[in-house]
Design a protein around this ligand. Structure first.
Ligand code: TXA
Ligand code: MG
Length: 352
């Protein structure tokens, strides 16, 4: 049942407020709007309305037990969504990292629709660092619930063309803007416990959080690697970011990785099987006979993380059947990058 999707283009340096007011009116009328943020494009609706939020789940084909992030444009806007006033730690985190790619998990109030929090007693909130997103929330005068604007299971959209291909005909409006600056989703941080827990690595790194909370003040959830059968963040149990192709991550010393992948290309690629290699600028010249895409330099894994989703979609466009992906160092933004790669590969990892 295709909807009629209005597509508007906005320039974040010079926002056409009249156009954006139409988007805000759609949110107020309980419709759906795809909006740019600094992390990835989001699929937004009025976070205070069950009816509106259900449309997000419909458009994405998202399982109902995966809760949504609520986006606000001021700390005031969230006060009545919370069970208790902000404590010192929350205030410091907000002062330091908002607006920005940090989502905080709070105990929630009764005002949060059950569809938003998937029946949990907590709610995820962030303030996006993007002028169009902030202005849209301000004009709509309500918080906006927004998951990434991809069809459930697909790589998150970082470019307008990605959302058009996923969401045209499924939402009321798409706002086209520039490529997402961060290119990987926000860090999800649970601050309902004494020691804060990173439930999803993202645009704010562990080191950045430790600088504010102290080394002992924050840990990475041990479930993050997907081993566990009962994840704390419901989103972690689903296949995510997956390209159409099968994907395998190859981990080890650089030369062993290259040798393994090159031998796999030789034994796998033929007339009916097209092989992709996901690698770095430093290694790309070593591969022959495959579709080779680099995510950038290993010395700039922040840019690598930012390029990943677009590269995964490009492999789909090229019709690749199997992707061999070099593993990257799991520190700083490499942690978020490898987290998304492992999910894309369904945790298919080989150590060489
Ligand atoms: O950067 C982002 O966070 C983007 C942009 C659009 O803001 N949004 C995004 O939303 O990535 P989504 O729905 O794709 O991912 C939300 C994540 C999921 O892993 C979900 O399980 C987790 O946040 N989450 C939401 N509410 C939660 C809660 N109450 N407790 C634990 N995890 C929660
Ligand atoms: Mg998502």
């Amino acid at each position: 049942m295709a909807m009629n999707t209005e597509i508007i283009e906005l320039n974040e340096q010079n926002i056409d407020i009249e156009k954006l007011k139409r988007a805000a009116q759609i949110i107020r009328d309980l419709g759906t709007v795809v909006l740019p943020t600094e992390t990835v494009y989001g699929l937004g609706a009025n976070a205070l309305s069950s009816e509106a939020v259900l449309k997000i789940f419909m458009a994405k084909g998202r399982p109902a037990d995966n809760p949504l992030i609520v986006h606000v444009c001021s700390a005031d806007m969230m006060s009545n969504l919370l069970h208790e006033p902000l404590d010192m730690r929350a205030k410091i985190l907000i002062d330091t990292f908002w607006p920005g790619p940090l989502t905080l998990i709070f105990k929630r109030s009764e005002l949060v629709p059950l569809e938003v929090c998937a029946n949990l007693d907590t709610v995820a909130i962030r303030m996006p660092d993007h002028p169009i997103a902030l202005k849209l929330i301000e004009l709509a005068k309500v918080p906006i619930a927004a998951p990434s604007a991809n069809v459930s299971g697909k790589p998150s959209p970082t470019m307008a063309k990605h959302v058009i291909s996923d969401m045209d005909g499924r939402v009321d409006m798409i706002i086209e803007a520039d490529r997402s600056r961060i290119g990987v989703e926000s860090t999800v941080l649970d601050i309902t416990s004494e020691v804060a827990v990173i439930l999803r690595p993202g645009g704010i790194t562990l080191n950045q959080l430790q600088e504010v909370l102290g080394k002992e003040g924050v840990v990475i959830d041990e479930m993050i690697e997907g081993e566990a059968d009962k994840p704390r963040s419901p989103g972690m149990k689903y296949t995510h970011y997956a390209p159409n192709a099968t994907m395998q991550i190859v981990r080890g010393d650089r030369n062993d990785i290259i040798r393994y992948i090159q031998s796999k290309i030789q034994s796998t690629a033929n007339a009916s099987t097209s092989v992709g290699v996901l690698c770095s600028d430093e290694t790309k010249s070593h591969y022959r006979g495959a579709c080779v895409l680099s995510i950038g330099s290993v010395h700039r894994l922040d840019q690598g993380a930012s390029n990943l989703f677009a590269v995964l979609r490009e492999f789909d466009q090229m019709g690749v059947d199997i992707i061999f992906a070099e593993a990257f160092a799991e520190d700083e933004m490499g942690l978020a990058l490898m987290n998304r790669m492992k999910k894309a590969a369904g945790f298919n990892i080989v150590d060489v």
